[in-house]
Design a protein around this ligand. Structure first.
Ligand SMILES: [Zn+2]
Length: 249
């Protein structure tokens, strides 16, 4: 590690649980972030700041003024641009050493599998069930850790699914029914800091996963932001899960 990098990441390297070897893991890591909205913004910002070497950002939406209330990686100046381009500009200004790859179209099944395969950790920052289910299936198939977050109204949730670990549940252990209708923030609304809290927790958990000590495998955290209350629930593996059970072919 160069003296410049040692200085830049000094406050992390000082931590006995990180040291230079942990920081080197961050610098060597490739993280795939699906969705560059309210959750993806803090995830990308904190992971870039923390020194993740390579971020792959996937989103095909354009920045709109109604996004700026909570999608803090975008600014008034980038309204009308692709979200991934807007995010890439911000990351370049914060952390020029972070390599950024942008994907600005809907990923085909093969492309998604390729990107998941290349990544060390995948962060689910999407806003709809079909994307979440697909991402979950691909991560199980390729045995990749998935840090999953969601936020709506004044509620949020976060968990980690890691099929490398024998007893880890998956996203469909939580939601077995694929027919669920997506409720979106554009329909129901969302309070600005809620996506920031959940996204920031996802960034922390991504670093935990890279250090091989995830905090939320088999645990679901639920946030009630109005009362600032967290609920910690055990999330067991569902033996009849349509996505991850042994009987699945
Ligand atoms: Zn499952």
């Amino acid at each position: 590690m160069t003296p410049e990098l040692k200085q830049r990441y000094d406050r992390q390297i000082r931590l006995p649980s990180i040291t230079e070897s942990g920081q080197q893991k961050f610098l060597d890591a490739r993280v795939l972030i699906i969705g560059m909205g309210g959750l993806g913004s803090p995830v990308a910002m904190y992971l870039a700041a923390a020194g993740i070497g390579h971020l792959v950002l996937s989103d095909f939406d354009i920045v709109e003024s109604s996004n700026l209330q909570r999608q803090i990686i975008h600014t008034e100046q980038t309204v009308g641009q692709l979200k991934v381009d807007s995010a890439k500009q911000f990351i370049a200004s914060l952390s020029p050493n972070t390599e950024v790859t942008t994907i600005d179209h809907e990923l085909s099944e093969d492309e998604l599998a390729e990107q998941v395969n290349l990544a060390d950790v995948i962060v689910d920052c999407t806003d709809n069930f079909p994307s979440r289910f697909e991402l979950n299936r691909v991560c199980i198939k390729l045995k990749k850790p998935l840090v999953s977050g969601a936020a709506i109204r004044q509620e949020g949730q976060i968990s980690t699914y890691d099929s490398r670990k024998e007893n880890s549940p998956c996203y469909q252990c939580l939601y077995p029914d694929e027919g669920l209708e997506s409720v979106t923030c554009s329909m129901e609304g969302v309070m600005a800091p809620v996506v920031g809290i959940i996204g920031t927790m996802q960034a922390q958990e991504t670093l935990n996963v890279l250090l091989d000590r995830p905090a939320l495998v088999g645990t679901l955290l639920l946030l009630d932001a109005q009362y600032l209350e967290w609920q910690r629930m055990q999330l067991p593996k569902n033996p009849k899960c349509p996505a991850c059970s042994e009987t699945q072919t």
